[in-house]
Design a protein around this ligand. Structure first.
Ligand code: SAH
Length: 265
């Protein structure tokens, strides 16, 4: 392995510890933190946006940790090649099974037990808030970022990798998708958002989109904040928000609306 193999990004220790939380500091505290491993050709793109704002603060505080694993170090020959032309012909390049296999054999033993193994792919199951909620209850996640035309199917089959899509569009690589999904998951970890209730009432949490939000000034460009929100009447405000939430969901997302009553039976 090249000398970059030992380089890690954010990881301090993966040793499990049974010591009470109060006795934990530094590496041992981090050993219990939610842990994302990301195999990528662009390790320098991490933590990227995740290093900012609430996710960045939580990363610094050790509420979660990130290990960006450079796929290049598992490449072949002097140039550390990671890709080759598609079998059967056609445009572009495909990430090689043997190269990704070596990367996974390096990553998987370091992943916490019970962490899902995910390949970011437009062919995958669409990512949802429910998935983020599930991943937040696991000890972490291991992610593979594709590039070029994608990844040799045999790796996906051999390691029984779950394919997850950020949406019905094609990105140049999985890195943005990985960061988006990690962001959605990390903000659900205990202690990451200041106000716990803010994840209970937001979009998707109860199968509905959120009501619209307003703040000062009370009037802007001739537009006023709806009177009910200024009334101080909590019951009426809750009723209005609920009605707006249902109306918005019905109008914008008939697919969500169709599932909504069933779930609340
Ligand atoms: N040829 C592929 C697209 C490859 S895009 C196809 O048509 O299905 C290159 C890489 O970007 C993919 O391997 C994947 O890791 C990532 N990617 C692209 N779109 C994505 C999406 N919607 N969700 C998650 N990952 C995506």
């Amino acid at each position: 392995m090249s000398d970059t193999a030992s380089k890690s990004h954010g990881r301090k220790s993966i040793t499990a510890s049974l010591k009470p939380r109060s006795l934990m500091d530094g590496p041992e505290r981090l050993a219990r933190a939610w842990s994302a491993q990301v195999i990528t050709l662009l390790p320098d793109a991490f933590p990227g946006i995740l290093g900012h704002s609430l996710t960045g603060k939580a990363l610094k505080d050790g509420l979660w940790q990130l290990d960006a694993i450079d796929l290049r170090q598992f490449g072949i020959g002097k140039h550390r090649n990671v890709d080759d032309t598609p079998a059967g012909g056609g445009a572009g390049m495909v990430l090689r099974a043997d190269v990704m296999g070596r990367a996974l054999d390096h990553a998987l033993p370091r992943a916490p037990k019970g962490a899902p193994l995910v390949y970011l792919s437009p062919r995958g199951t669409p990512f949802t808030q429910a998935m983020a909620r599930d991943w937040a209850t696991r000890p972490g996640v291991t992610m593979i970022c594709g590039r070029f035309e994608g990844l040799d199917q045999r790796v996906i089959d051999h390691y029984d990798i779950q394919e997850v899509s950020l949406g019905d569009f094609v990105l140049t690589g999985g890195d943005l998708a990985a960061q988006a999904m990690i962001d959605a998951t990390v903000r659900l970890l205990p202690g990451v958002l200041g106000n716990e209730s803010s994840t209970e009432e937001e979009s998707f949490s109860d199968g509905l989109l959120e009501h619209p939000q307003y703040t000062r000034p009370a009037e802007w460009q001739g537009r006023k904040i709806p009177d009910v929100l200024m009334s101080g009447h909590h019951g009426e405000i809750a009723k209005w928000r609920r009605a707006m939430s249902e109306e918005t969901t019905k109008g914008r997302r008939p697919d969500l609306w169709a599932n909504f009553p069933k779930r609340n039976d």
